[in-house]
Design a protein around this ligand. Structure first.
Ligand code: ZN
Length: 161
């Protein structure tokens, strides 16, 4: 037996003004995207914004449904649409946040769920370059340089490498 460990690096910013300009713009788009959230059941409004290699920013918001599993997270709503309309472009970055009823970011970070991380990992593999992840709250903004920082062991048996 050999005990092994992983270390994860990320940058933490205390507010949006500290962020590099591209990250700040993307996070603001994620905040704006929450206006399209449909969350009558959880009342938990999440927004995501994906920046593609062509510079375009695609937004998504969580969409709930009375038949619960039929809904979809903000992150996958944005990523699936981004790839649908730009299948030839790479996903460069994604920003994620959740807001209160007034539209202000929550004080605690909303991390992507496991399914969204898996989807991010596959688009990162497709891109061939790391996808930057910006997760915002009023308490802290965390920036990860690639999906492996938040999802180190993905299911990749079927992914062409
Ligand atoms: Zn999710």
């Amino acid at each position: 037996m050999e005990k092994k460990s992983l270390s994860i690096e990320y940058c933490e910013y205390s507010n949006m003004e500290e962020l590099p300009a591209d990250d700040r713009i993307l996070l603001q788009k994620a905040i704006d995207a929450t206006k399209g959230s449909y969350a009558p059941y959880s009342r938990f409004r999440v927004g995501a914004a994906v920046r593609m290699s062509n510079g375009e920013i695609i937004i998504g918001a969580n969409q709930e449904n009375a038949a619960y599993p039929s809904g979809l997270c903000a992150e996958r709503t944005a990523m699936f649409y981004a790839h649908t309309i730009h299948p030839e472009d790479r996903m460069e970055a994604i920003a994620i946040t959740s807001v209160d009823p007034s539209g202000n970011m929550l004080p605690t970070i909303t991390y992507p769920c496991g399914a969204c991380r898996q989807v991010m990992a596959e688009y990162e593999n497709l891109a061939g370059t790391p996808v930057r992840i910006i997760i915002g709250s009023t308490g802290a903004i965390k920036v990860f340089d690639g999906v492996s920082s938040i999802m180190p062991f993905i299911f990749d048996n079927l992914i062409k490498k």
